[in-house]
Design a protein around this ligand. Sequence first.
Ligand SMILES: Cc1cc2nc3c(=O)[nH]c(=O)nc-3n(C[C@H](O)[C@H](O)[C@H](O)COP(=O)(O)OP(=O)(O)OC[C@H]3O[C@@H](n4cnc5c(N)ncnc54)[C@H](O)[C@@H]3O)c2cc1C
Length: 402
Amino acid sequence: MDDSTPTTRVDVVIVGAGPIGLCFANALSRQGVSSMLIDRQPRSAMAEPASDGREIALTRASQQILDQLDVWSRVGPAERARMRAAKVFDGQSLFAMQIAPQASLEEPLGCLVPNQVIRRAAHAALQNTSTGAGAVLWRDQQQIARFQANDGEVDIVLASGERIQTSLLVAADSRFSTTRRAMGIPAHIHQHGQQMLVCRMHHDQPHDQTAWEWFGYGQTLALLPVDTHCSSLVLTLSPAAMEQQLALSDEAFDADITRRFGGRLGAMRRIAEPHRYPLVSVYAERFIGHRQALIGDAAVGMHPVTAHGFNLGLQGLSRLAELIGEARTAGQDIASPTLLRRYQREQRLATAPLFAATLAIVGLYTDDRTPAKWLRKAVLRAGEAAWPAKRLIASHLTRSIG
Ligand SMILES: Cc1cc2nc3c(=O)[nH]c(=O)nc-3n(C[C@H](O)[C@H](O)[C@H](O)COP(=O)(O)OP(=O)(O)OC[C@H]3O[C@@H](n4cnc5c(N)ncnc54)[C@H](O)[C@@H]3O)c2cc1C
């Protein structure tokens, strides 16, 4: 690299200022560690993100982490939807497994917050961090052109030509991470061959703050409670069926969704633009490299059906930020192989079982062959009878940190 170009020095460089990158910069700043956030998007789009239709189910542990980062206080009470219970249906059966431990509206099973609200709050929480030991620098509408990891630092050149030196390069640039690829880290990528549509619906009957997951034949449906007569629809279909669904007129779309839910919530009406996502799960073979680490979806891109992607990402970034803070306090290298290996070990232990279980659930519930149909009925009935199994699912949602 050309030595005559002026160089910016920063402790950690984070590629991707999505919710995970933003919260990681925040957690580092609190440890007195400086960082630079690089994102393709303009800063205005990060400050006031557009709706992407996602309603994020947050565990109690995630709410605590967001609270420590001063993000939770920026999510207004009206933007938090409390989930009191969850029901899982199979096919046309009226039988449902119910997941509702001692949950109540005061002690709910989980809390749903629109993704753009989390992103806006995570951006706002960084507002007073432009100077000082834990300063956060920004490079928006920008990306990395090339980098080289050396013994004591990583040399980075941005597309603008700016040169940066850092102790640690972190990829937080989505499950399709180009930085992960440039680091030479392979990933297991599962193309599920389906697409997911999300949008808010109004319904005549109240939902009693209960989430519905419905494994019908040829489709998977979910309804996430937002307001008494409003839920977020999650519909999974093949790409061809999705094309037909999106080509429907407003009236035909509403009638079709009402029919798919068997009229159980009365007439349903779309009240927001639908968003469509290809279903791809990703698990990186390694979460670290020499002076390099992956966080968020760049490390583990979960299938949304079990609603854990952001929750696991939050746990991971706090784990890594804490290790970095401890090393900084002890006057040690903040990107030593020992530190990074510990992050990798702990984060893989926390994510691998859920990732595998989610793939198994997706496989079981999207297979419409007769043996799979019998098996899932048996699983649901076993789940309904087996209180320890249900408690396990519920306790994951309601678990606190510490
Ligand atoms: C329909 C749906 C529902 C979901 N529901 C839940 C849920 O209920 N609970 C839950 O925990 N999780 C849920 N998730 C998962 C959650 O949304 C993700 O885990 C989370 O958004 C990951 O955040 P991230 O910051 O890692 O990545 P992203 O949100 O993908 O952000 C990546 C950022 O990197 C930037 N970027 C990309 N490439 C580059 C580049 N080359 N250079 C610079 N910048 C770049 C992008 O502009 C973006 O700002 C859901 C996901 C979907 C699709």
